[in-house]
Design a protein around this ligand. Structure first.
Ligand code: 2AM
Length: 477
């Protein structure tokens, strides 16, 4: 028993994570259902560090020093339960099972509870950054017990991405499912970021009259400013890519039907359960869904509406600046919504999540890594009880400066018939928060009318009902 860590499930994520541990000097036990993958890894990358290939579950467990640290990298769902069922009986109290898959946090809570009863620490861990991140340093979001983090944290800190200031992109997020919950919201925010970037692109193209290659340059410029982020950077790469077969912009030869694996959808489902309005993230999920409805789109080809007209060349640069403002303001709103969901989950499940620390570990390794996250950390450090990111003075001031352009971009989009559900939903959320009075008062009146649901008055305590079907006098409920 010489290995400090073991990885089972050696498809690309597991393989790269195992290599990352080995490259960082850890002895890594390897296991996979099909042993060929294990041997392939050693044959191809054995030089990178010390691997202990094993074939059976017993051999794998025996190879691990105690307390055992066993990382599962299989497809989230039934396979995770199958693998846990295979290994848990072989483990001893104090050992740790780390699930690095994209599990639903409710499954993680269930598994953690079951294994805790056997004295085994179950660490549901978000791992973001895709294949490259797994190999070179992901952002890691572990849940589970404090004791498990004490034994595991130093290793995770070593293999994680490092932010520009050198800080490792990992923290103990909180107990049981906290890590997978935060990873879920990370993915929801990622959907929103991608949708907003997509809307900016479409506006620059259809209204701004820019070519994809020119838009790539606009994004490269944005990437030197406050929007500096991995997603903006790769957007420029994708937009400047030319398809070799047709010599056309790559973006024009790809079918415009977005796919999804489910974590964005979960973010919205859970937000609904928790009563958190994540309208921007929801619009991003719906936008992907609608794009995939080829049937609806084909059947709607004749629907009336404007075809966008590109503006004059002389107005382009100004328009691009306005779109940048709209993108930035909308981005602040989607992060506001995502962090609200994390705060709500933390309160619901007693996780005591440090929101500033979450922003800090997203600064490197993960798909939404961005300079902007430093600002979120600073906002929560300045006020750990911050109710909403929008109440942070710095963000409020930036939105104040952006909002005129944001409005003009949304109205241009509406006038020209370019769908911008992300920009518009973010703006509606913002305006809802600012509104002095909302039509929710009317909603309450309607509810009282048809269902005697009662309402509260602005001027007196208590619940009231108006006798709508009678003399319309008011009674105390
Ligand atoms: P395989 O190579 O034997 O297919 C991603 O699918 C990874 O999870 C692969 O390493 C795969 O092993 C593994 N995997 C998928 N389902 C599994 C299961 N039910 N039990 C064990 N490993 C599984």
């Amino acid at each position: 028993s010489t290995a400090q860590i073991g990885v089972t499930g050696l498809a690309v994520m597991g393989r790269n994570l195992a290599r990352n541990f080995a490259r960082n000097g850890y002895t890594v036990a390897l296991h996979n259902r099909t042993a060929a993958r294990t041997h392939d890894l050693v044959a191809e990358f054995g030089e990178e560090g010390i691997f202990v290939p094993t074939e059976t579950a017993e051999e794998f467990v025996a190879a691990l020093e105690r307390p055992r640290r066993l990382v599962i990298m299989v497809k989230a769902g039934a396979a995770t339960d199958a693998v846990i069922g295979e290994f848990a009986p072989l483990l001893e109290p104090g050992d740790m099972i780390v699930d690095g898959g994209n599990a639903h946090f409710a499954d993680t809570r269930r598994r953690e509870k079951e294994l805790r009863e056997q004295g085994i620490h179950f660490v549901g861990t978000g791992v973001s950054g895709g294949e490259e991140g797994a190999l070179h340093g992901p952002s890691i979001m572990p849940g589970g017990s404090v004791e498990s983090y004490a034994a595991l944290g130093p290793m995770l800190e070593k293999i994680s991405a490092k932010a520009k200031d050198g800080a490792p992109c990992v923290t103990h997020v909180g107990p049981d499912g906290a890590g997978h919950f935060v990873k879920m919201v990370h993915n929801g925010i990622e959907y929103a970021d991608m949708q907003l970037i997509g809307e900016a692109y479409q506006l620059l193209r259809d209204v701004g009259g820019y070519t994809p290659a020119q838009i790539a340059d606009v994004f490269r410029t944005w990437n030197t400013g406050r929007l500096d982020s991995y997603l903006i950077e790769i957007t420029a790469e994708v937009l400047s890519h030319v398809d070799a077969a047709t010599d056309r912009p790559f973006v024009d030869i790809v079918q415009d039907r977005a796919e999804q694996k489910g974590t964005g959808r979960w973010t919205v489902q859970i937000a609904l359960d928790l009563g958190v309005p994540v309208s921007g993230i929801a619009e991003a999920v719906f936008a992907r869904s609608l794009s995939g409805h080829a049937d609806l789109r084909a059947a709607s080809g004749e629907l009336a509406g404007p075809r966008p007209e590109p503006i004059a060349d002389t107005e382009r640069a100004d328009f691009a600046d306005h779109v940048e403002q709209a993108l930035y303001a909308s981005k602040i709103v989607s992060y506001t919504q995502g962090f609200h969901e994390i705060a709500a989950g933390s309160a619901e499940y007693d996780w005591d999540i440090d929101l500033g620390a979450v922003a800090r570990i997203w600064r490197g390794g993960c798909i939404i890594r961005a300079a902007f996250l430093d600002r979120i950390t600073a906002a929560y450090e300045a006020d750990p009880g911050l109710v909403s990111l929008l109440s942070d003075k710095g963000f409020a001031e930036e939105i104040a400066a952006a909002q005129n352009d944001w409005r003009s971009v949304v109205s241009t989009a509406v006038t020209e018939g370019v769908p911008t559900p992300g920009f518009a939903a973010a703006l509606a959320y913002y305006d809802t928060l600012r509104a002095e009075r909302l039509p929710a008062a009317l909603t309450q009146g309607q509810r009282d009318f048809f269902g005697a649901h009662t309402y509260r008055r602005v001027d007196r305590e208590g619940s009231f009902h108006t006798l709508w079907g009678g003399d319309r006098s008011e009674v105390e409920a």
